[in-house]
Design a binder for this molecule. Structure first.
Ligand code: COA
Length: 230
């Protein structure tokens, strides 16, 4: 299992025109509908990063890479059953985890929000207790730990919010998922440090989840496409 990350970067109009040619028609259409340049760049970079990783891992050239989505919108690589990936973006980070089994990853920038209200509405009683039993300073960080852990599981399952958030509880000490009516499930969780102002978690069927994050630089990503390495 590998985890890759790239910082969101600005792309000037000329370079944007070149790079957009390398992504799927679906993504081009999605980008065209966005108003904000930062969002356009984020959606473009996220697919370019995925394509670069697929090239690195499977030696597929760009024109051999096709994506599809499950009925809840989780993307997968067409025709490669043993290759799984999942993407997440928040603030300045775009991350992608890959594995030979289904995987989910989530990153969230820690923002000042009404976490007590959100936790009450969406988290189980045990999860709320975990957040509130710490000092006031740590509560918001624990809220985001819990959020990314829950979200990583939902994303690993790939069924989005059709999984009720209160139907399972995160056992934060054992890094397992406790389903309300059926006990521990087969997934494993891990929290990974990338940036003090963010929380990031991974959920995998694989018990050995990597601690390392491979940071890809802007130049490295752009040159992969400009130099037609891929
Ligand atoms: C669709 C969902 C995955 C979006 O999550 P998100 O936190 O808004 O966004 P993230 O940046 O983490 O993930 C987006 C990526 O997930 C992937 N994705 C989309 N649907 C997915 C699904 N059903 N399962 C897994 N991954 C999915 C896509 O690759 C997408 O990247 P892209 O936009 O570049 O194509 C979904 O779980 C959701 O809507 N969550 C709401 C968040 C929430 O309210 N959480 C409550 C706190 S626990």
């Amino acid at each position: 299992m590998d985890i890759y990350a790239i910082r969101l970067f600005e792309i000037d109009a000329n370079l944007f025109k070149i790079l957009i040619k390398y992504v799927s028609e679906e993504r081009k259409n999605r980008i065209c509908k966005l108003k904000n340049n930062r969002d356009k760049n984020r959606i473009l970079i996220s697919e370019l990063l995925t394509r670069k990783i697929i090239y690195k891992k499977l030696k597929l050239n760009n024109d051999q890479i096709y994506f599809d989505k499950n009925q809840f919108g989780k993307p997968f690589l067409k025709d490669y059953e043993n290759f799984y990936f999942n993407i997440s973006h928040s603030g300045k980070w775009i991350i992608c985890a890959t594995d030979c089994k289904t995987i989910g990853i989530d990153i969230e920038k820690i923002r000042s929000i009404n976490y007590k209200e959100l936790a009450k509405n969406y988290f189980t009683n045990e999860e709320c207790r975990f957040i509130l039993e710490t000092s006031a300073n740590n509560q918001i960080r624990n809220f985001y730990r819990m959020w990314t852990l829950k979200e990583s599981y939902i994303k690993a399952e790939g069924r989005g919010l059709s999984i009720p958030l209160k139907s399972f509880s995160i056992d934060i000490n054992n890094k397992r998922i406790n389903k309300v009516n059926s006990g521990y499930c087969e997934y494993f969780l891990k929290e990974i440090e990338i940036d003090y102002y963010y929380k990031m978690s991974v959920c995998s069927l694989n018990p050995s989840i990597s601690n390392d994050v491979i940071i890809i630089s802007e130049n490295n990503l752009v040159n992969t496409f400009l130099n037609k390495t891929i």
